[in-house]
Design a protein around this ligand. Structure first.
Ligand code: A3P
Length: 312
């Protein structure tokens, strides 16, 4: 586990000593930090590839009585209804004129639904210093599966000649693991990201949930999120939401599969809804990589009470 900083691929940029982001986000970071939050905002926060889109879809279904067509008319996709605070200027990859900027977010009417991967320490003061109390749902996923997902999404998924590096896209998982151990994956340290929100899990406005629980008990987690959002649902509506937010449904639905994003349409891209299981890491990690990882995991979360399920 080398300590020296990783040489970053061309499409990543260092924001600070301890955080790397996609290069197309760097310009938006000052706005992320100064953004004015409202008490009636709903924010979903995750480290990358931990089930963000799944949870977003569940939330939108819950708040629309299991029927998102109420809000998605005119081809509005999930990222338009529930945009990412930090934004990404995809014109670095392709001409993508529809990118929503933070300025637009500031003008969105309440209640706003916002997503972020930015760690708590770099979010705006209104959240960091608890000056506002938006509802925040944090989804955590075991890091071996999150990394496996990231490997297919970032290294393999979005390979764009001339933008991403040949070396990077050809690199084995061990390269990403090295970045991870150096806290140089996009959005920085997985450990800090999780612990910063874990330490807020008892705040009234925070719900901390696990991807693995969503897989084990989809309906139970829909109910838990609905309770947190003070939304009463019938058993039938819960069942409808489970069906409409199933992996296969979300993968085939243009509302949630990001097929309108050109980078996803790239011939080399992995479908956004790739596999959707717990334990795919076993098809990628060697025994030695897994054992080394387990040691780091135990050290990083020792005494915190934060534990993940790695297989079902
Ligand atoms: P995999 O690559 O392991 O399949 P995010 O939205 O944070 O980027 O997370 C993406 C991960 O969530 C991907 O994991 C994706 O397949 C998974 N996912 C998305 N929708 C899902 C669903 N309905 N059920 C299960 N997993 C889902």
């Amino acid at each position: 586990m080398a300590e020296e900083k990783t040489k970053l691929p061309r499409h990543h940029g260092r924001y600070s000593e301890d955080m790397v982001v996609f290069k197309g986000m760097l310009a938006y970071m000052p706005q992320v930090r100064s953004m004015k939050v409202r008490d009636d905002d709903l924010i979903i926060a995750t480290w990358i590839k931990c089930g963000t889109t799944w949870a977003q879809s569940i939330i939108l279904h819950i708040l629309n009585d299991a029927d998102v067509s109420k809000v998605s008319s005119g081809g509005k996709t999930i990222d338009k209804l529930f945009p990412m605070i930090e934004q990404i200027n995809l014109s670095l990859l392709f001409a993508e004129p529809e990118t929503i900027e933070v300025e637009d977010i500031e003008e969105m009417p309440s209640p706003r639904f916002l997503k972020t991967h930015i760690p708590l320490r770099y979010l705006c003061d209104d959240i960091k210093n608890r000056l506002k109390r938006p509802k925040i749902i944090y989804v955590s996923r075991n890091p071996k599966d999150a990394l496996t997902s990231l490997y297919h999404f970032d290294m393999k998924g979005f390979y764009v000649p001339g933008v991403t590096d040949d070396d990077y896209s050809a690199a084995p998982l061990s390269h990403l693991l090295q970045e991870f151990y150096n806290d140089d994956c996009v959005f920085g340290s997985y450990w800090k990201h999780n612990l910063e929100f874990w330490n807020r899990r008892n705040d009234e406005n925070v719900l901390f949930i696990f991807y693995e629980d969503m897989i084990k008990d989809h309906a139970g987690q829909v109910k838990k999120i609905a309770d947190f959002l003070d939304k009463k649902l019938t058993d039938e509506q819960i069942q409808q939401i489970v069906e409409k937010t199933s992996f296969l449904k979300m993968r085939s639905d243009t509302f949630s599969n990001y097929s309108h994003i050109k980078a996803i349409q790239s011939p080399t891209a992995t479908p956004f809804q790739r596999k959707g299981v717990v334990g795919d890491w076993k098809n990628h990690f060697t025994v030695a990589q897994s054992e080394e990882f387990d040691k780091v995991y135990q050290e990083k979360f020792a005494g915190t009470g934060l534990q993940h399920i790695f297989e079902i």
